[in-house]
Design a protein around this ligand. Structure first.
Ligand SMILES: *[C@@H]1O[C@H](CO)[C@@H](O)[C@H](O)[C@H]1NC(C)=O
Ligand SMILES: *[C@@H]1O[C@H](CO)[C@@H](O)[C@H](O)[C@H]1NC(C)=O
Ligand SMILES: *[C@@H]1O[C@H](CO)[C@@H](O)[C@H](O)[C@H]1NC(C)=O
Ligand SMILES: *[C@@H]1O[C@H](CO)[C@@H](O)[C@H](O)[C@H]1NC(C)=O
Ligand SMILES: *[C@@H]1O[C@H](CO)[C@@H](O)[C@H](O)[C@H]1NC(C)=O
Ligand SMILES: *[C@@H]1O[C@H](CO)[C@@H](O)[C@H](O)[C@H]1NC(C)=O
Ligand SMILES: *[C@@H]1O[C@H](CO)[C@@H](O)[C@H](O)[C@H]1NC(C)=O
Length: 455
């Protein structure tokens, strides 16, 4: 704390009295950019050349000027790091990844804080090494591009981020990818394509991202995240390729985007609140999920989540809340509205018995699920599962589930399975198709009596 204060004082002092030092430094930066042209860089002896433009704001830092080649083969990591460091330190800088080039970069952590108005403009293609064998042994296999401690960054452009995930999806430790369709045990780390960590005020817009080895985006411990008009694509059989995963992150807006992949389009983990998702087309995929929560007896808190005006098609799930036995905390204040389902297997599902192995013992504690509304959810379901499934824990039932204007018809075939309810309290405010008779009225004793810990 003290150190930070001293640093700040020096900085304030410097801003008010070091301009004669800063100006030559800026000249030097320009020379550094021109290094490709053979200019020598000398921080101290460089005569103060005039600033590059009368307005030194809005500087563009093109990765090509830092020695990036962009032939898809050369390792452009050092050039990107230099370009990042230079752009990060300039006010209103644009770090440009130009169109017409493919840049191969290794797993890298881009660290802030950066100056205000930082734009990462991606017009070309960014790609990692091609698969696990090409991945340097000493690089993290859990993440590719990491943005760390950034406050205020806009990442945008018409470019492509290509995760080249195929060789990772086919590792023998991935489901049914071992010999004769087995799944070999052992660690199976695969990198998240873009991870934002401990960052705030982030805007991601316009980009296309495809074929991540694992999650495409992961935001953890972030605040104020705005995602607009992005496209995420991976094959429906690519394991764990969630589109956008958020955890311990609040004030998130995800709008106007197309996502198809092999796992959840959007997954919302513990510690998220004030999340607004609007106009998403999701599928083929596993749908939009809150959870899984409460794994290994953990406490999870999720609240104030809205999903509206969206389409979910050809997916294993539509809108899902999934929790493990033995967790604690709560999920509350979730509104799903105006959602069109097209041949979705479990359009509406709460599963408090989520379990990936075969043996998850039932436990007395659970993440409490309450105040969940489903409004104007229409379309078709795949008859292999009931269209509505509310499986709530024995000890901590779900409460205040409300349905209105829900109409779900079989995509094919005549079979209309009854909605499934277990310890689910709530009401249909209008007649639904199929009708739901299995919700219980009121609030159960166990919830009234056991002072359930809300978050
Ligand atoms: C990984 O190893 C290479 C060469 O062995 C080295 O140049 C590089 O700095 C190392 N990277 C890290 C992150 O340790
Ligand atoms: C895979 O299946 C084939 C044919 O069933 C069998 O001959 C072979 O031994 C199996 N390989 C292994 C490693 O189990
Ligand atoms: C994020 O931006 C808002 C509004 O521009 C600003 O008030 C806030 O301080 C920023 N967040 C942080 C952590 O600086
Ligand atoms: C919804 O998102 C799509 C895809 O980005 C866009 O084309 C469309 O205009 C958006 N709709 C509205 C009402 O904003
Ligand atoms: C819920 O989140 C929205 C943003 O998505 C925010 O505007 C609103 O104030 C939040 N509501 C509550 C009760 O916190
Ligand atoms: C857990 O409880 C549910 C609901 O009571 C029951 O259907 C399920 O069989 C139980 N699971 C185990 C492993 O005991
Ligand atoms: C039930 O949940 C809705 C939100 O879905 C909320 O507005 C309402 O206040 C809740 N009712 C009670 C009695 O808590």
């Amino acid at each position: 704390m003290e150190l930070a204060r001293v640093f700040l004082l020096v900085l304030v002092f410097c801003i008010s009295s070091c301009s004669s030092f800063l100006l030559p430094a800026q000249g030097s930066l320009q020379n550094h950019i021109n290094r490709k042209l053979g200019h020598r860089v000398s921080f101290i002896s460089q005569p103060p050349s005039p600033p590059p433009e009368s307005n030194s704001n809005d500087a563009v830092f093109d990765v090509l000027s830092f020695g990036a080649i962009g032939d898809g083969v050369t390792d452009d990591t050092p050039a990107f790091k230099m370009a990042w460091d230079a752009a990060c330190q300039a006010e209103s800088a644009t770090l440009l990844v130009p169109n017409g080039y493919s840049f191969m970069i290794q797993s890298t952590i881009f660290t802030g804080p950066c100056e205000n108005g930082f734009v990462f403009q991606i017009e070309g293609t960014l790609m990692p090494p091609d698969g696990p064998d090409a991945w340097p042994k000493n690089n993290s296999r859990r993440q590719w591009l990491v943005f760390y401690r950034i406050n205020g960054l806009t990442m945008q452009g018409g470019g492509l981020i290509d995760g080249r995930g195929e060789k990772w999806w086919n590792l023998p430790c991935k489901p049914h990818k071992g010999v004769n369709g087995t799944t070999l045990p052992g660690p199976c780390d695969s990198p998240v394509a873009l991870r934002f960590f401990l960052s705030s005020n982030l805007t991601i817009q316009g980009l296309a991202i495809r074929n991540s080895p694992q999650f495409h985006f992961r935001f953890d411990n972030c605040r104020n995240v705005y995602v607009d008009t992005i496209t995420i694509r991976a094959p429906s059989l690519s394991p764990n390729t969630d589109g956008i995963h958020i955890e311990n992150t609040d004030s998130v807006r995800i709008y106007n985007s197309l996502i198809s992949n092999g796992d959840d389009c959007i997954s919302i983990g513990s510690g998220c609140y004030d999340v607004d998702i609007n106009n998403i087309t999701c599928g083929p995929s596993h749908g939009i999920s809150i959870g899984s929560l409460g794994n290994r007896n953990s406490r999870a808190c999720v609240s104030n989540i809205t999903l509206s005006n969206s389409v979910i098609k050809h997916s294993d799930n539509g809108v899902r809340i999934k929790t493990w036995q033995g967790g604690s905390g709560s999920v509350s204040g979730v509104k799903f509205s105006n959602i069109h389902m097209d041949a979705v297997r479990n359009p509406i599902i709460i599963d408090q018995f989520y379990c990936l192995s075969r043996a998850c013992a039932n436990q007395t504690s659970a993440v409490y699920v309450s105040d969940i509304s489903y409004t104007n959810i229409k379309g078709t379901y795949d008859v292999r599962s009931p269209p509505m499934h509310f499986a709530c824990s024995d000890s901590v039932p779900c409460t205040n589930l409300t349905l209105s204007d829900v109409e779900l018809l079989p995509a094919q075939g005549e079979i209309v399975l009854d909605p499934f309810c277990w310890n689910a309290y709530g009401a249909s405010e209008t007649l639904t198709i199929p009708p739901v008779f299995c919700l219980l009225d009121g609030v159960p004793r166990s919830v009234l009596e056991n002072d359930i810990e809300q978050c």
